[in-house]
Design a protein around this ligand. Structure first.
Ligand code: SF4
Length: 66
């Protein structure tokens, strides 16, 4: 498994609502935790009404997706 971000130019990577989910089969998904938006939206996201800047130290990668 690689730690290289998927869709590195996606706005989601700078958003507090992002959770990076790793599947057991080595895939990586960008999951949105903003309740009013779909959990898995088309990537890369270029503009989003739910965008909230993430703090620089926030850990958003969650291996088990919980
Ligand atoms: S709120 Fe928008 S920018 Fe933020 S993670 Fe969800 S889809 Fe991406």
């Amino acid at each position: 498994m690689t730690d290289a971000p998927v869709f590195p130019d996606s706005l989601c990577h700078r958003c507090a609502h992002l959770r990076v989910v790793h599947s057991g089969r080595g895939s990586m998904f960008l999951m949105c935790r903003e309740p009013s938006l779909p959990k898995y939206t088309a990537q890369p996201v270029r503009a989003c009404r739910g965008f909230t800047p993430a703090s620089p130290r926030s850990g958003r990668s969650d291996p088990d997706g919980s």
